[in-house]
Design a protein around this ligand. Structure first.
Ligand SMILES: *[C@@H]1O[C@H](CO)[C@@H](O)[C@H](O)[C@H]1NC(C)=O
Ligand SMILES: *[C@@H]1O[C@H](CO)[C@@H](O)[C@H](O)[C@H]1NC(C)=O
Ligand SMILES: *[C@@H]1O[C@H](CO)[C@@H](O)[C@H](O)[C@H]1NC(C)=O
Length: 491
């Protein structure tokens, strides 16, 4: 057993050594907190410096993937990713955490290399081919987007209210993307919509964390949205799925809903709340995990490589039209009670610490906002240690805040949590090593999805009419004065 572990860690070290090129991810604001983390010891039993022949192969492969991405050789990136069969998976949570820490510190300089590191080091569940299948469109059952959902009691399409933006996607597509499990109570429990991020579906993103945790709870009733195209299409299109799901599930349940979003799902949900104002009236809480309301510096870099320039990735560059338009006219402030939880050690979204964090939400309308950075709230504790963009979905602080927000009016409130207990584990109670690996697999699926997506976006998708040139609302107001006054105050 011990021997197996150290052979494994040798492979890991070799894999990581081949990549330790660029400087670590920079973080604005709480650098001291992050530096403090790097000295923290996790008993993963990693040893450094020695490589063996088999491990050089992995190391070589990882380097080649980075080179192929830089050379815009999409087919080669995909082939190399598929050949990254991990030799074995970590056998304990501690070992998995130690690998995550190593990957964080390796400072690989592209999204695709980081994703390749996760795969090569066994931070995946199932085979690489399974993950490839998911990314190439395997969409059945709980992962499907052709679900047969009933008519809502009240019509929510083409508009639930006169000020809502027009949808571009047919109602049948928007509705069939929602997966309603057999456990759904249609209003007896609080409906919660789980909305995915870039490179995933609701099922892929949440199957290792909130789906199992919420399904058995008496305070939440989850459904999830499997947006076709793995959220790589135009983010404005993806937002239509969020807007429709909110109004549809609220109508179906006869009560307010709450929405949990992850990654790109956070700005998409904010976009939905902004341009479909009807959704605000029926949304009790938005809980945002690893959100990028300011885009991500890492998407800037990803977009430099044609291999990764998918429409929604280009839209998540800092300063993109999508991000600037979202943030304009008060879109950088919450529309409904919002709880946003994020990690400074995010390998996908940066910056992600302090007030400069991409996930940081303002509250000019005083609806209630909680900004919670795990390294601040759980400083020096397992929940505040090195967590990735994806495993924030199973972070105990995330899960405690989801429960707290859903069971109280307004956003989550840290003063109601037993932080000593909450911060004391790496994953939320009820989650095991297998769940961590499933959650980490989300990024491996995303890697395949990002590379597979066609056509690549040479330029950012155009803003839709309702966002580029918003009309006065309510539209029926006809006095010139009223219209003039309202043109700048949209929604
Ligand atoms: C967005 O949705 C519209 C309507 O279905 C479609 O015509 C368009 O191709 C989509 N754009 C992208 C980039 O997915
Ligand atoms: C529904 O959500 C809205 C917006 O957050 C809120 O104002 C309202 O109080 C909620 N209604 C109920 C019954 O919780
Ligand atoms: C509205 O504006 C138009 C054109 O500027 C003008 O002809 C019209 O008299 C105005 N109507 C009112 C009610 O002010």
């Amino acid at each position: 057993m011990k021997t197996a572990v150290s052979l494994y860690t040798l492979a890991l070290t070799a894999a990581l050594c081949g990549l330790a090129t660029a400087s670590p991810v920079s973080t604005a604001g709480d650098d001291a907190t992050v530096r403090g983390l790097e000295t923290q010891e996790w008993s993963g039993g990693l040893v450094g410096g020695i490589t063996g022949p088999a491990d050089e192969l992995t190391s070589h492969l990882l380097g080649s993937i980075g080179d192929a991405a830089k050379a815009d050789d999409r087919e080669r990136v995909i082939d190399l990713l598929r050949s990254l069969e991990p030799k074995r998976s970590p056998s304990t949570e501690e070992e998995a955490i130690a690998i995550i820490e190593k990957i964080y510190k390796s400072g690989a300089d592209s999204i695709i290399e980081r994703q390749a590191q996760l795969i090569a080091n066994g931070l995946v569940s199932g085979t690489v081919e399974d993950l490839f299948e998911y990314a190439s469109g395997f969409a059945e059952g709980e992962n499907g987007h052709d679900n047969d959902n009933p008519e809502p009691p009240t019509s929510v399409y083409p508009q639930a209210e006169p000020c809502d933006a027009p949808y571009s996607i047919p109602e049948s597509d928007l509705r069939s993307a929602i997966f309603i499990p057999e456990t759904f109570t249609y209003g007896e429990k609080l409906p919660v919509i789980l909305f995915p991020g870039t490179g995933s579906t609701g099922y892929i993103a949440y199957r290792g964390n909130l789906i199992p945790l919420l399904t058995d709870s008496d305070w939440a009733d989850p459904v999830w949205v499997n947006v076709p195209g793995l959220m790589l299409d135009d983010a404005q299109n993806n937002s239509e799925y969020a807007a429709y799901a909110i109004n549809y599930i609220a109508s179906l349940s006869g009560r307010n809903v709450s929405i949990v979003s992850w990654s790109q799902g956070c700005p998409d949900t904010q976009w939905a709340l902004k341009y479909w104002p009807s959704t605000r009236g029926v949304t009790s809480d938005h809980i945002a995990v690893s959100g990028d309301y300011k885009g991500s510096l890492i998407a800037d870099a990803a977009s430099l490589s044609v291999v990764l320039s998918d429409p929604s990735v280009v839209q998540q560059r800092t300063g993109s039209s999508f991000i600037e338009t979202l943030r304009s006219d008060g879109g950088d402030s919450a529309y409904v009670p919002t709880t946003t939880v994020y990690t400074a050690t995010d390998l996908i979204v940066q910056p992600q610490s302090g007030r400069g964090a991409s996930a940081y939400m303002l509250d000019e309308r005083s609806v209630g906002v909680l900004n919670a950075q795990t390294q601040v709230v759980c400083k020096g504790r397992p929940a505040g240690s090195i967590h990735t963009h994806e495993n924030m979905l199973g972070n105990p602080l995330t899960v405690a805040l989801v429960e707290d927000a859903l069971t109280h009016e307004g956003p989550g409130d840290l003063s109601r949590l037993e932080l000593d207990e909450v911060c004391g584990s790496y994953q939320a109670p009820g989650l095991e090593l297998g769940d961590l690996l499933v959650t980490e697999s989300v990024l491996a699926v995303a890697a395949f999805g990002l590379a597979l997506y066609l056509p690549k976006a040479v330029v950012e998708p155009r803003l839709k009419e309702y966002a580029a040139a918003p009309v006065a609302c309510p539209q029926e107001v006809s006095g010139n004065h009223t219209i003039d006054e309202r043109t700048t105050v949209q929604f």
